[in-house]
Design a protein around this ligand. Structure first.
Ligand SMILES: [Zn+2]
Length: 177
């Protein structure tokens, strides 16, 4: 064997030193040549695997289990709230505005509130929930947020003696959609 030749590592035939592919067994002499179709198969497989990982993460994000709000419910509390009434045409509305505080480490993009309204005897006469036009309130971690919830009044204005606001539900700001 002179300097112009080498031995194919696969079939052990003597071939030209400059040969990229062994003429006897088609073995690629340089493993990482971009001309080697086997390298391309490897690159395509890697891209495919990466795409599958991204797709899996998206599917998990969209369809996977959402963070359970229950353990955090007590960490969001209502600091203050004020009830008011307004009339629009023949419709009578009852509105509660207030401030909630979030002591948890998590941001909540959708905190729903429920105001229970009682008459002078302490009977529950109306409920205002944070759904609809005045939907969930976004609350950052360790922050406060103002809210407004409103509904068509179920009772005459004079019946509303007291009210209390509860945090009913929250959606984790990191979840989709
Ligand atoms: Zn060979």
């Amino acid at each position: 064997m002179d300097a112009e030749t080498k031995t194919c590592p696969l079939c052990a035939e003597t071939i030209k030193a400059a040969a990229k592919v062994c003429p006897h067994c088609r073995h690629w002499q340089k493993r990482w040549s971009l001309q080697n179709p086997q390298v391309w198969v490897g690159i395509i497989l890697l891209f495919y695997l990466a795409a599958m990982c991204v797709l899996g993460a998206v599917v998990e994000k969209v369809f996977g289990a959402k963070r359970d709000f229950s353990p955090y419910q007590s960490e969001i509390s209502v600091l203050s709230s004020v009830i008011s009434h307004r009339t629009s045409g023949t419709n009578h509305y009852v509105t509660v505005v207030g401030v909630v505080t979030n002591r948890s480490e998590l941001a909540w993009e959708d905190v729903n509130l429920e105001a229970r309204c009682f008459d002078a005897a302490g009977k529950l006469i109306d409920v205002i929930s944070g759904k609809g036009d005045y939907g969930g309130v976004p609350v950052l971690a360790h922050a406060e947020a103002a809210f407004k919830i409103e509904t068509r009044a179920a009772q005459p204005m004079s019946e509303y003696a007291t009210h209390k606001v509860f945090v009913s539900w929250g959606k984790d700001a990191t979840s989709w959609p």
